[in-house]
Design a protein around this ligand. Structure first.
Ligand code: M6R
Length: 606
């Protein structure tokens, strides 16, 4: 939530900031703003709405000119989206951009009001800006040190002090921040894609380390001013990966990237035809020793965990509990040191998932994270990290990150089942080989585009939709339903097909389309009965099944057939028609597919 950038170097700063913010807009798009040193003064431009509104405003009025500055794209928490609440905040002496939440902002505000300070905005951020001004003693590092001692909450801050033109300051706690290291230019950013156009070298800032960044130097100190040596990392994501590459939307591009993303994720984890998670530190001995597994995540990542549960329990016969992170953290879960807690997160920054990780660690459990963003907080703080290699996922609706998370769930299930003696080596090899063949099958499924486009055209006038399935198909239905409502704003619910009769079927009319997933051979007949039940009540049914299924004519209004593979693996294929249906429904409705209203990609607040 919220993206921040900063630049110091020879280029026109405002252009670099806008470039960086474009790459960070997925983190929030309620408003945007920049502050740039112009002739020794801090000049601020900000505007409610998307980054383009700011760009248009600067084109009409004036773009600040200079070579050092900070920028922000906002997902509103404290105070509505408005010009006044947009970042940067501050006064003539200090200007800041902030990602995170200052929990004790009211207390700070009261204190500052007593000291005679006035406030323009309703934001928590403005209190930090004014507190920096209050403590300012001519030494920025000491000033920042004093302020971070007083504020509670999460923050990544980019700071300008009027007395230090050409110097950028930064500090973080529990919100991400990297420092991009270039040739005679340096950057700060919430995420690597924001700097990739200029450099792939970056430093990860740790909790409460203070960065002093000039054109030709980066100095990291602690609050006492002691210098800290930092490693320079190299990003392996390319700039193209963060561009649309000819696609109309990032979401469509990312849907199409799934075969490759899965291939890149599983290849290093398969050795001699068998799953091999040891390179991530998850040894066979460890795997054998866990009493129970918890999988904790939010949204789509949690749905990937649900598929993991079905497959691990089915193959490895180990109990798996899947939790929504925001519930898990407050329900005093029965975790012990004998348990494995798996955290799944594309961004590696989701606040609730991070809190769940901290709780699991406190309880002495082994923690393993499945994360896409390298060096992110969850990845850094878990005992074991299994990186997915999806490349940057820009669209708010998660697609390729889900598929790679699934692929890790499969490798884990296969290896666990094998080391526990629940499946033979031969079966493990066959399953692993089937996973290796998935990217090829996905290329076939991607050709279902037109079919899904047609189905979407039948959904756009609906007010509400139902997704149904049993077993793994139910887990898939949840993801399909989330995807559709998230980007098309059509209400939808997912239901276990067998549970409909216990209440929900009363909603079914000819105005409520039903999407039924029926890929599990042992449950097919049962799901077909449920389809008949809704169809006989007028629902228009789209059925997703495997190509071998011989369906009575008229069972469903529309059919989507995917290649026949092992039942356990079908979620990887079904994900694509689900994503396509959601995508084209949103496109046909004219929705903002990549940046749906009220959302942000990286949810770093509770
Ligand atoms: O970065 P994370 O994977 O931790 O994010 C979790 C959810 O916020 C995320 O999966 C969300 O549900 C998706 N944007 C939905 O498409």
């Amino acid at each position: 939530m919220c993206g921040i950038v900063g630049y110091v170097g020879e280029r026109e700063c405002a252009d670099v900031l806008v470039d960086g913010l474009k790459k960070l807009e997925y983190r929030g798009y309620d408003s945007a703003g920049i502050a740039v040193f112009e002739n020794g003064k801090i000049v601020v431009e900000k505007s409610k709405g998307k980054l383009q509104d700011l760009v248009d405003k600067m084109a009409k009025e004036k773009k600040p000119e200079g070579h050092c500055g900070i920028g922000h794209t906002r997902w509103a928490t404290h105070g509505e989206p408005s010009d006044i609440n947009s970042h940067p905040h501050g006064n003539k002496r200090v200007s800041i951009v902030h990602n995170g939440i200052i929990e004790n902002y009211k207390e700070i505000k009261d204190f500052l009001l007593d000291q005679g300070y006035g406030f323009e905005s309703e934001t928590d951020t403005e209190t930090v800006a004014k507190l920096l001004d209050y403590y300012y003693n001519g030494n920025p590092i000491e000033t920042i040190g004093k302020v971070i001692d007083k504020v509670n909450g999460s923050y990544a801050l980019g700071i300008l002090f009027r007395d230090f033109p050409g110097v950028l300051y930064a500090v973080r706690k529990d919100s991400p921040l990297i420092i991009g290291v270039g040739e005679n230019e340096n950057f700060i950013a919430s995420d690597v894609p924001a700097i990739l156009k200029y450099t792939n070298k970056y430093i990860l800032l740790e909790k409460n380390e203070i960065a002093t960044i000039k054109e030709d130097s980066v100095l990291i100190t602690n609050e006492e001013g002691k210098v800290i040596e930092k490693e320079i990392n190299e990003a392996d994501w390319t700039m193209d990966a963060a561009e649309k590459g000819g696609y109309e939307h990032f979401m469509l591009k990312e849907i199409n990237e799934q075969p490759n993303a899965i291939k890149t994720t599983i290849t290093p984890r398969i050795q001699d035809g068998m799953p091999y998670l040891e390179e991530s530190g998850l040894t066979k001995e460890m795997l054998k020793s866990f009493r129970r597994i918890y999988i904790v995540a939010c949204g789509t990542a949690m749905h990937a965990g649900l598929v993991g549960k079905y497959v691990i329990e089915k193959l490895a016969r180990v109990e798996v509990t899947v939790d929504i992170a925001s519930e898990f953290r407050y329900r005093n879960p029965l975790i012990t040191k004998d348990d494995l807690v798996i955290l799944i997160s594309q961004s590696g920054e989701t606040a609730d998932t991070y809190a769940a990780l901290k709780l699991a660690k406190e309880r002495g459990a082994t923690t393993a994270s499945v994360v896409n963003v390298k060096g992110s907080t969850i990845a850094r703080e878990s005992d074991i990290v299994i990186y997915t290699h999806a490349g940057p996922e820009i669209s708010v609706a998660s697609t390729k990150a889900y598929s790679v998370q699934l692929s890790i769930m499969y490798l884990l299930a296969f290896e666990l089942a094998y080391v526990k003696g629940e499946i033979s080596e031969e079966r493990c090899r066959k399953l692993t080989q089937a996973l290796v063949e998935i990217p090829e099958k996905l290329e076939e499924v991607l050709k279902l585009k037109e079919r899904c486009q047609f189905i979407a055209s039948r959904l756009i006038n609906s007010e509400s939709l139902l997704y149904i399935g049993r077993g793994l198909d139910y887990a898939l239905s949840m993801e399909g339903s989330l995807k559709l409502k998230e980007i098309s704003y059509i209400h939808s619910e997912s239901y276990a097909a067998g549970e409909l009769k216990h209440g929900t079927i009363s909603l079914v009319t000819e105005d409520m389309p039903v999407i039924a997933v029926a890929t599990q051979s042992d449950l097919l007949e049962k799901t077909v009965s449920n389809i008949k039940e809704v169809k006989s009540r007028g629902a228009k049914v789209t059925m997703i099944c495997t190509e071998d299924v011989d369906i009575e004519k008229d069972i469903a209004n529309h059919l989507v057939k995917i290649p026949k593979i092992y039942d356990e693996l079908t979620p990887l294929l079904v994900a694509i028609p689900m994503q396509y249906i959601a995508y084209y429904t949103a496109v046909l409705k004219g929705c903002d597919v990549d940046q749906p209203r009220n959302l942000a990609k990286s949810v770093t607040v509770e």
